[in-house]
Design a protein around this ligand. Structure first.
Ligand code: FPP
Length: 247
């Protein structure tokens, strides 16, 4: 990829796709027009990630707090996910992409659940990019569900509380078996994590892009990757000799 050192390509990029509403408002369009334009950028981000050799891409598509939006907007976002999976799944499969969906399944519309399962099952053996769609996702909710599952293990005598490790917690999260994100990008100029991957982003680099999500094109993605490449990751140590960014 032009301008990006292959040794500095992150293994996992997670993106908070923000600014659809403001993008639409600036054009005198309804908010939903921003979400529709955003789907095209989702496709472009997947293409760019594959080209760049990124192994894992997580996209924050619907947060557990987004239920507080007007009913029509929630319906539109659900419809877009349905449309995206129906329309793009075959192509993603052809591109060897493995789809994962993270977030709480219980409270989403019952007709969407089988689509999510189909997307995951059909692509489970794919070995290319792992595309994790965070849908009805909130990190505190994810951690609460993980803690409940561990507590059940303790109550049933399968888990000894004294031996619980960070790795045990990792494997109870929705992102089990995925590496932590090296890079978290948020568009729209906001500088918040908004309940996204709280546990997993402990040592992530953050890049805040000023553009709205529907303007986050390939060049903007490259810019964020180049910024990541300039960072010096230390993971709490004073220096990391021999530890290049991206490791
Ligand atoms: C934030 O913009 C964006 C969202 C809440 C949804 C993101 C969804 C998509 C890009 C489309 C669906 C995704 C997939 C994977 C099919 P905002 O509405 O909060 O914008 P604002 O802050 O300007 O109001």
């Amino acid at each position: 990829m032009p301008g990006i050192d292959p040794d500095k390509v992150p293994h996992h990029v997670a993106i908070i796709m923000d600014g659809n509403g403001r993008w639409a408002k600036a054009r005198g369009l309804p908010r939903t027009a921003g979400h529709h334009a955003g789907v095209e950028r989702v496709r472009e981000a997947v293409r760019t990630a594959r080209e760049a050799g990124i192994a894992n891409l997580t996209l924050f598509a619907f947060s557990s707090e987004n239920w507080n939006r007007p009913k029509e907007e929630v319906q539109d976002l659900m419809g877009l996910l349905r449309f995206f999976i129906r329309r793009d799944l075959a192509e993603l499969h052809k591109q060897n992409v493995r789809v994962r969906v993270i977030g709480c399944r219980e409270t989403i519309q019952s007709d969407i659940r089988p689509l999510l399962i189909e997307a995951e099952e059909r692509t489970v053996a794919n070995t290319g990019l792992v595309l994790a769609i965070a849908f009805n996702y909130g990190a505190r909710d994810e951690l609460t569900r993980a803690m409940r599952a561990i507590a059940v293990g303790v109550a049933e005598g399968r888990i000894d509380p004294a031996t619980i490790t960070e790795a045990d917690i990792d494997c109870h999260l929705d992102t089990a078996a995925m590496p932590d994100p090296d890079l978290v990008i948020r568009t729209s100029g906001e500088q918040r994590l908004s309940n996204f991957l709280l546990w997993q982003s402990a040592y992530s680099e953050f890049v805040f892009m000023p553009c709205y999500w529907p303007d986050f094109d390939r060049a903007a993605f490259h810019e964020a990757l180049a910024e990541y490449g300039r960072r010096n990751r230390r993971f709490g140590a004073l220096a990391a000799p021999g530890l290049a960014v991206g490791q």
